[in-house]
Design a protein around this ligand. Sequence first.
Ligand SMILES: [Zn+2]
Ligand SMILES: [Zn+2]
Length: 180
Amino acid sequence: MEISFAVSRQSYCKKRQVGATIVKDNNIVSIGYNGTAIGAKNNCEKKTDMLKCSNCKTIFKYHKKNSNAYCPSCHSLVSKKRLATKETVFHAEENAILQAAKNGKSTKNASIFVTTSPCINCARLIVNSGIGAVYFYDKFSDLSSISFLKKSGIYVKQIKRDNFMNGRFKNDANSRYNKN
Ligand SMILES: [Zn+2]
Ligand SMILES: [Zn+2]
């Protein structure tokens, strides 16, 4: 997990920096952080004129640069944060899984350590890449991916940072694999 935190700091993304490390038999298979495709400008966000009302979830276009933004549906004041994540940004988990594939390393029964719990898209990749355990630190707002991972038979655990320092996670993962 310490490695995942170190890796996340490589990310150029402003909204959230995420790091992932895939580990198998106590060896690092691959690492990844969120970022744009290889060769693209490493800049995850784009300016947008679209705003989202946090109250009623309406998405609307905002024109006047210097006045307050009000939701056209519920008329509440909307935050003018206008940075949206680009569609071409890869998530840390995607990059870690792709890097393993690129280097011909198996992710079967490996564990993935992520600084933020996976989104539903990455959860699907994790399931089909054969990864057996997911350890995360921060909970991402959408928790449906966690129940999806558990339903797919994957061991999921939120951990405190110091639990990783004394290696407790190893025991959890081993006891799971011994049962199978
Ligand atoms: Zn609204
Ligand atoms: Zn994701």
